[in-house]
Design a protein around this ligand. Sequence first.
Ligand SMILES: Cc1cc2nc3c(=O)[nH]c(=O)nc-3n(C[C@H](O)[C@H](O)[C@H](O)COP(=O)(O)O)c2cc1C
Length: 342
Amino acid sequence: MSDALPFLGSLRLGGLVIDPPLLLAPMAGYTHAPFRALCRRRGCGLAFTEVITAAGIARRVPATLHYLTTWPGERPVAAHIYGAEPQAMADAARVIESLGQFDLIDINCGCPAPKITRKGAGVALMRDPDRVYAIVRAVVRATALPVTVKTRIGLSPDEASLPAVAQAVEAGGAQALFVHARFAIDQHTGPVHLDALRRAKQERAIPVIGNGGIRTGPNAARMLRETGVDGLMIGRAALGNPWVFDEVRCHLAGQPYAPPSADERLAVLAEHLHGLYQQVQVGHHLQRRPRFTDEGAACRQFRGHLARYLAGVPHASRWRVQLLAAESIAEVLTAAAQALAG
Ligand SMILES: Cc1cc2nc3c(=O)[nH]c(=O)nc-3n(C[C@H](O)[C@H](O)[C@H](O)COP(=O)(O)O)c2cc1C
């Protein structure tokens, strides 16, 4: 096999051009607007919201609509929704389009969380290609925005239904397929099956984007080379490291990449936390009896990201207790600065 770097051109879905086709995966609890905007400015071509209930959007439940908050400068951005009823999914698509803030609607067929699969949605849909077809068709008819679907390769090796589901996705009129190349039983950490991804790419005419286990330029190149997919989607490697998109882009272009300095890391961490605080303030009126101040709530929501910004920093554990107990932005930033200074 050639060692030449695979070429990653831009990706066109209807009128939407994604350039580069390096995508931030939807991650519940993490891919809020401030984080998406940070990734977009560092080489990510398209980012996804957290997973949002179509039924709640269709009924315009204020707390659900808050998840559709977008940030200046983050377009293009995709709304990522779940549901099992074609009508509710179509109604949600109409509401999303009417907001005028989104460039694409993505249907979740990969989430294994029981609260979603119990309703027949998420990865449970991979047992029912006919329903996938009906949902995609209903959503495509309801909106002029490009419609896409994110799947797994199946629930388990005994239910490796990607080929049938991918066919239903394409027949329903979706513009692209995003494949997390793991089985649902393997959650987010099992083996990534590049052979299944390659087969989906070979069998389908619509663009197929690969996802699963991309952490560095070289393993992004490997997925492209071994599967021929049209783009790449990155999840966990972007947490605490929005620079990963630039790293991958530089690697594929054969250009040098300079990792961020400690000062830049701190500046981005601070921008992220301030952005999250702003977002919490916007949603404040939705909380019935808030348990924390807005600042405290933002610091708590930020903890998952914070741990990842400091992952691999020598001696960061010394500041861990302080960092995880911090309830004010000033406290978080002081402890983070000390940790990053080593
Ligand atoms: C915390 C977390 C939340 C996630 N939430 C979603 C989700 O809401 N919808 C979805 O389709 N996938 C979700 N995923 C899966 C990711 O989108 C992605 O497919 C998976 O992490 C594999 O990519 P990676 O190996 O690059 O992390 C989530 C993953 C993580 C780690």
